[in-house]
Design a protein around this ligand. Structure first.
Ligand code: 5AD
Ligand code: SF4
Length: 465
């Protein structure tokens, strides 16, 4: 009998890549591949890459350098594939820069992996970055029960890909192409199957997820709010999320869904990028700072326990100290529970990259440090406000210490619980007893306040996943 061939997939970047990596693994499972966590023993390594900032894209080449060394030293014939957005953006150039690569495959061609691999094995250097007419989703197999189990009780489902917004800093409209929504029926089938396999939380994902406009079972176009309502009807599905949203597409129905659907978690990632109207206009964001602040008010009116997260870019071309002060002010006003912030990175082919008023690196670094300081304090304040609160967590995985499990709060915080009366995949109501920099600690409701928990007697750092 044949030894099964081993597959190592490494995902960079966003959740879309995590989802795609799973789909690639599911496709290759049919070809006899089993997944390994060790690239050294893999017959096939896939790097699922991100092109959003220069640093992200460069990581691929350092990873390829490591793999080349490893291959040489071991004298192995491991095949190496580059997938994802760097593959889409750079195509054959990747093979010129890194001859160790056997196969380059763009995000729209993952269903063709088996044939592409066969070509590569036959000695061809394969590059497929087409946007084919056939829908890859119709050809990508569903995960087996075992695969779903191994991935845990919180899963992603892609509902939409691509972006038509063309923010002037962003490569996504070029790497992922035009906005395309999947039909509602297919999304619901995929979700129901995952729930049947033990999934309790689903995050609907898309580069511009709230621009979703998929064909409904009745032949009309459905919004994300309508899809969400139907998702909430799936028995056994305890929690719903969606990401990433654009402020322009946050319509009243979607805001009302946060009020009406208990499954929809009170947490939203809503990138704002900048707090300056001038910069927002130059970024082609199609909304102003006041629009954003009004939106947040509406969300909080619909769901008073709503917490927010965001993305920021500092040092966009032409950004002055006054513009940056507006960004700090907006961040202060909203009080984000969590946020990501980046220095502007010029991306080839995007309009802002050619702007003559590029901000010097030193100013970008200074602004980023200042903004991150503010955002970290804001996150710490939000986490601290959770102490003594009671909420449900979804238990996702074992902790570091025996008997510990780690769950996720409604706000995506990691919550460590000692000896919980429940298993991975179950919901547990806990009271938050301790707050650390990277995780919270909780005790099951009823146990709080009785005696000092053993969680508290350990340094928090030891509990973080
Ligand atoms: N430079 C810096 N950050 C960027 N992002 C997207 N493009 C760039 C760029 N060229 C950030 C945005 C986006 C997040 C995913 O990455 O904040 O929301
Ligand atoms: Fe990029 Fe803007 Fe589209 Fe988001 S909305 S993917 S930042 S172009």
């Amino acid at each position: 009998m044949h030894e099964p061939r081993k597959l190592y997939v490494k995902s960079f970047g966003c959740q879309m890549n995590v989802y795609d990596s799973h789909r690639m693994a599911d496709t290759l499972a049919r070809e006899g591949f089993v997944e390994t966590q060790d690239p050294a023993e893999a017959d096939l390594v896939i790097l699922n890459t991100c092109h959003i900032r220069e640093k992200a894209a460069e990581k691929v080449y350092s990873e390829l350098g490591r793999l080349r060394k490893q291959k040489q030293e071991a004298g192995s014939d491991t095949m190496i594939a580059v997938a994802g957005c760097v593959a889409q953006a750079e195509g054959a150039e990747i093979m010129r820069r890194a001859p160790v690569v056997d196969l380059v495959v763009g995000p729209q061609s993952y269903h063709r992996l088996p044939e592409l691999l066969a070509d590569a094995r036959a000695g061809k250097r394969v590059v497929d970055t087409d946007f084919p007419v056939e829908d890859k989703f119709d050809h990508l197999p569903a995960p087996t029960r075992a695969a779903t189990r191994s991935r845990g009780p919180a899963a992603f489902v892609t509902v939409q890909e691509g972006c038509d917004k063309f923010c002037t800093f962003c490569v996504v409209p070029y790497t992922r192409g035009a906005e395309l929504s999947r039909p509602v029926g297919k999304i619901l089938d995929e979700a129901a199957r995952l729930v049947d396999q033990g999934v309790r939380e689903i995050t609907l994902i898309g580069q511009n997820v709230n621009a979703f406009h998929g064909e409904g079972p009745d032949g009309t176009v459905w919004s994300l709010a309508l899809l969400m309502e139907r998702m909430a009807g799936i028995e056994g599905l305890a929690r719903l999320r969606y990401t990433t949203s654009h402020p322009r597409d946050m319509d009243d129905d979607l805001i009302a869904a946060h009020r009406d659907l208990p499954q929809l978690m009170p947490y939203l990632h809503l990138p704002v990028q900048s707090g300056s109207d001038r910069i927002l206009a130059a970024m082609n964001r199609k909304h102003g700072r006041e629009d954003y602040l009004v939106l947040i008010e509406k969300m909080r009116a619909a769901r008073p326990d709503m917490a927010l997260s965001s993305d920021f870019i500092v040092g966009f071309p032409g950004e002055t100290e006054t513009d940056f002060a507006d960004t700090l002010d907006l961040a202060r006003r909203v009080g984000f529970a969590s946020a990501y912030s980046f220095k502007y990175s010029p991306r080839p082919g995007t309009p802002a990259a050619d702007h003559e008023a590029q901000v010097p690196e030193a100013a970008k670094a200074e602004r980023l440090a200042e903004l991150q300081h503010l955002l970290e304090a804001s996150k710490a304040a939000f986490d601290a406000s959770c102490r003594g609160k009671t909420f449900e967590i979804l238990l996702e995985k074992p902790g570091r210490q025996p008997g510990q499990l780690i769950g996720r709060s409604p706000y995506l915080q990691s919550v460590v619980v000692n000896d919980p009366p429940a298993h991975v995949g179950e919901l547990l109501t806990v009271t938050i007893t301790d707050v650390g920099p990277n995780s919270l600690a909780g005790v099951p409701v009823g146990e709080a306040g009785t005696s000092p928990s053993s969680v508290l007697s350990r340094p928090l750092a030891a509990m973080e996943a």
